[in-house]
Design a protein around this ligand. Structure first.
Ligand code: ZN
Length: 393
């Protein structure tokens, strides 16, 4: 197999062993899944299916960022515990992925399940002289790592501009260099906080993925993915801190999904132009929703338009007719013969239409607390500091 590698900037052989380890940056569970999310995870779903057809086993980890500025703000607005909000939105995300027939993740670890791992990881970075304490926080020292820029290849001015756009806070007076980024930060009043050697606080954005990738898959992973908007700063910073901590290569191959746009603009919450997967699933066959997204090349940005679902539905109908029509038996036989094995051995699809389903939050957890979305009783994720290591506890 040959794949485009973001860091090398060209199509190169994708050389892997029997087991292929993959890590894709997951969701921050504070709002519903939009088609940009779905397009990303469908891309790695298709890659895994192709690898499995070739005889490989795939282990794809997708994290859940359940402690984050946006999540905490939304929980305050709704007046719910942030872990209740995270649990509810994660369940909605899982239901969307299941409806789209996305292969289940090898692991879906939550950031708050990894606080001990993160503290240990920061210690490794500090021991090797690549991080420093300042103002109650711990920062990665970009100047101590000559390979910073090996993934994105941006010049310093571009890095500063992108860091400012993505919450990097280049003007933070506690930093030695504006490009330095936070590994551990003091919590604001009312925010969740964990004890650490550097004072109470919570992890920075990037450190979670480095710690979870190493915990779940080891020091070096075959392929790392995510949306193209994560190349800088997120993936650049992940690489720097991981390689600084271990002294070994972090990722063999970088694969990024292009942005999905609406009317030529990036689909984003701030612009209010999101198309939610759950809204599409309420109206259309999930197989058609999947088709509408996977017809686009993963490295080419594309626009969501109203006619996409009509086109995908017509295509699905043609395929279904070809497979069911007695007079087209030869075609159906041919389709069955060329269909990837993983398509014919996938897990059972959930029931359709979705109106027959119960709230995924209420149906998954034992009865303890009300779901903020549907008022049915559920239990919440474990509280911070309980030292949990598994996802559902
Ligand atoms: Zn990540």
């Amino acid at each position: 197999m040959r794949l485009y590698d973001t860091a090398r900037g060209e199509v190169v052989p994708f050389e892997v062993g029997e087991i292929v380890t993959m890590y894709t940056c997951g969701i921050t569970p504070y709002d519903a899944t939009h088609v940009g999310h779905a397009a990303t995870y469908l891309t790695y779903d298709i890659l895994q299916r192709r690898l499995r057809d070739l005889g490989h086993a795939t282990r794809c980890v997708r994290n859940i960022t359940d402690v984050d500025d946006d999540l905490l703000r939304k929980a305050r607005e709704l007046d719910v515990h942030y872990l209740d909000l995270a649990a509810a939105e994660t369940a909605r995300f899982d239901a969307d992925m299941e409806a789209l027939n996305v292969i289940e993740s090898f692991a879906e670890p939550r950031a708050t399940s990894a606080i001990a791992d993160i503290r240990g990881f920061i210690g490794m970075v500090m021991d090797r002289g690549h991080a420093y304490e300042s103002g109650g926080a711990v920062y990665f020292s970009v100047g101590s790592f000559p390979d910073f820029g090996q993934v994105s290849h941006h010049d310093r001015a571009t890095m500063l501009e992108l860091a400012a756009q993505h919450g990097g806070n280049p003007d933070d007076p506690n930093k030695r260099d504006p490009l330095d980024f936070v590994l551990w930060q003091p919590s604001a009043p009312g925010e969740p906080s964990w004890d650490s050697l550097w004072g109470p606080g919570r992890p920075g954005w990037h450190i979670e993925c480095s710690a979870l990738a190493m915990r779940e898959l080891g020091t070096t992973i075959d392929l790392h993915g995510g949306g193209a908007d994560l190349i800088f700063p997120h993936h650049e910073c992940e690489t720097a801190q991981s390689e600084a901590a271990t002294g070994e290569r972090f990722v063999r191959h970088w694969m990024h999904q292009a942005m999905v746009r609406m009317d030529g603009e990036k689909m984003s919450k701030s612009l209010g132009n999101l198309v939610f997967v759950s809204d599409l699933l309420a109206q259309w066959d999930p197989r058609a929703v999947r088709l509408a997204m996977v017809v686009h090349h993963y490295r080419t940005p594309w626009d969501w338009t109203d006619d996409l679902m009509d086109v995908a539905t017509a295509r699905l109908d043609r395929w279904m007719a070809a497979c069911s029509d007695e007079s087209a038996r030869d075609s159906a036989t041919a389709v069955a013969a060329v269909a990837p094995r993983s398509m014919t051995t996938s897990t059972p699809r959930r029931r359709w239409p979705p109106s027959t389903q119960r709230c995924p939050v209420a149906s998954r957890w034992p009865r303890r607390r009300p779901c903020w979305a549907c008022s049915a009783p559920v239990s919440r994720f474990a509280e911070p500091g309980q030292g949990v290591v598994n996802r559902w506890v």
